[in-house]
Each structure stands twice: as structure tokens, then as C-alpha cells.
Design a protein around this ligand. Structure first.
Ligand SMILES: [Zn+2]
Ligand SMILES: [Zn+2]
Length: 241
């Protein structure tokens, strides 16, 4: 009984099974939580990239993607490692909503591999800032998934990490429940800045799990820029579309 409880707990923290296909993992390491088969089914974001948001451009002659032609995003550019498709979609849901925090290492690894593969200049950034959760939501969930990813990225590149400068000013509806237009209204003025003097002239990389309409990332970038920050880049694990 006690052994079962312990095994259950250990499995939750360090599962010896692939969380997607449930097959036993033969070579388990914290950075490779998926079996090789499921790892190969993750859809990576591939070039040519939209220079603004890194969405894959079907036509290499296109200057920007459709979303970036229609919207004036406040961030300077965004990098997204993978497409928001199965099995990554299920992994992100488990990571965000089902307490599977051990996924932070393999998920952050996808972001780090993407940066390395395309030699994106991550060293230009002075500070890494995760998209914050509102305090009541953070209490409810117990962790901020963007912070966990940001922590891994910060450690890998030795760039300072801050969750003290960008905070949620108010609770907002879940963006997933809203239409594209409503998302932009919902997120307006959702963030505020603390210790703004420390951000002046700093190049900041914002970390989030997902780039959908870009409304959240754009609003966070706008708030940081109003405080005098320099270049604002976005790094997400996945992008929709
Ligand atoms: Zn698998
Ligand atoms: Zn774009």
C-alpha cells in the first residue's frame, strides 16, 4: 500500500513511462521524457520563418505572414520552437493544467534546440521575463508554467531571470475561451511594471508556452517598452496555425 503510494508519487515526479503513448521508457533522462517515437512526432517549426513572428511562411517570397501584415505587434520579434499540434498540444495541457511540472525540462529542451539549430542570437538579451499569472491563479495552480520554462532557458544561457518586474495588474478571462477580437480587449492593461528604473535600456526576452493571436505577448511587450526597455523578443514553446 505504502509502496504503491510511493511509486505513484515517484511516477508523477519522474515517470518511467512516455506520457504520450504510455510505453515504458528504456533510457530515461529528465531531458528526454518522451519515447523516441513520440519525440519524432512533435511538429517542429521550420524555415522559411516570418521575420516578425517566426510563423512558417509557405511562400519564401512573402515578406511577412498574414497575421503580421494585419497586426502591429509591439514586440520586435518572436521565436516559436514547434507547432501547437498533437502530441505537443496534450503535453502542454498536462504541463499547464495537470501538475506535470517534470515536463519543464524536455519542453524547455525543445526551445533550446530550436535556438541552437537556427543560431538565433539569444545572447543579445539582458533579462528573461516569463509571462506572469495573476496571484489567485498562481495560488490555485501552484506554479507558473512560463516561469518554469524561463528558469530552464535562463540557466542554460546564463541570462538573468526576473519575475519581479512584470506583474499581472488584474485577473483576466482565460484567453482560450475568447474570440480573437475579445482576446485583445481582455488583455489590455493586464500588466504593470515594478522597479521600472531597472528595465531602462534593457533587452528583454519574454517567455511563454504558447503564441496564439500574439495579444498577450504584444501587451506585455508594450508595457515593458513604456518603461523604457530596449529590444523585446518573445520565445515560446509552440505557435498555433
Ligand atoms: Zn511515446
Ligand atoms: Zn508573422
Amino acid at each position: 500500500m505504502l509502496k504503491d503510494l510511493l511509486t505513484g508519487f515517484v511516477d508523477l515526479v519522474y515517470p518511467p513511462h512516455c506520457p504520450v503513448c504510455k510505453n515504458r521508457l528504456l533510457h530515461y533522462s529528465p531531458y528526454e521524457a518522451l519515447c523516441p517515437y513520440c519525440r519524432d512526432t512533435i511538429v517542429h517549426n521550420i524555415p522559411p520563418f516570418c521575420p516578425k513572428c517566426s510563423r512558417h511562411l509557405p511562400d519564401p517570397e512573402q515578406a511577412r505572414c498574414r497575421e503580421c501584415t494585419q497586426t502591429d505587434f509591439r514586440f520586435d520579434f518572436a521565436w516559436a520552437a514547434c507547432l501547437y499540434r498533437s502530441p505537443l498540444r496534450e503535453l502542454i495541457c498536462a504541463f499547464k493544467y495537470r501538475q506535470r511540472t517534470y515536463l519543464r525540462k524536455p519542453l524547455a529542451r525543445l526551445m533550446i534546440d530550436f535556438i541552437g539549430r537556427y543560431r538565433f542570437d539569444i545572447k543579445q538579451f539582458d533579462l528573461i521575463v516569463p509571462i506572469p499569472l495573476f496571484s489567485s491563479r498562481l495560488r490555485e495552480r501552484g506554479y507558473n508554467q512560463s516561469y518554469l520554462l524561463a528558469e530552464e532557458i535562463s540557466g542554460r544561457y546564463r541570462i538573468g531571470l526576473s519575475c519581479a518586474h512584470l506583474v499581472r495588474a488584474r485577473n483576466t478571462e482565460h484567453q482560450t475561451l475568447l474570440s480573437e477580437k475579445e482576446r485583445w480587449t481582455n488583455i489590455r492593461k493586464a500588466f504593470r511594471i515594478k522597479r521600472s528604473a531597472e528595465l531602462r535600456g534593457k533587452n528583454i526576452l519574454i517567455i511563454d508556452d504558447l503564441l496564439t493571436t500574439g495579444a498577450t505577448a504584444s501587451e506585455a511587450a508594450d508595457t515593458l517598452k513604456e518603461s523604457g526597455a530596449g529590444t523585446i523578443g518573445i520565445l515560446t514553446l509552440a505557435i498555433t496555425g
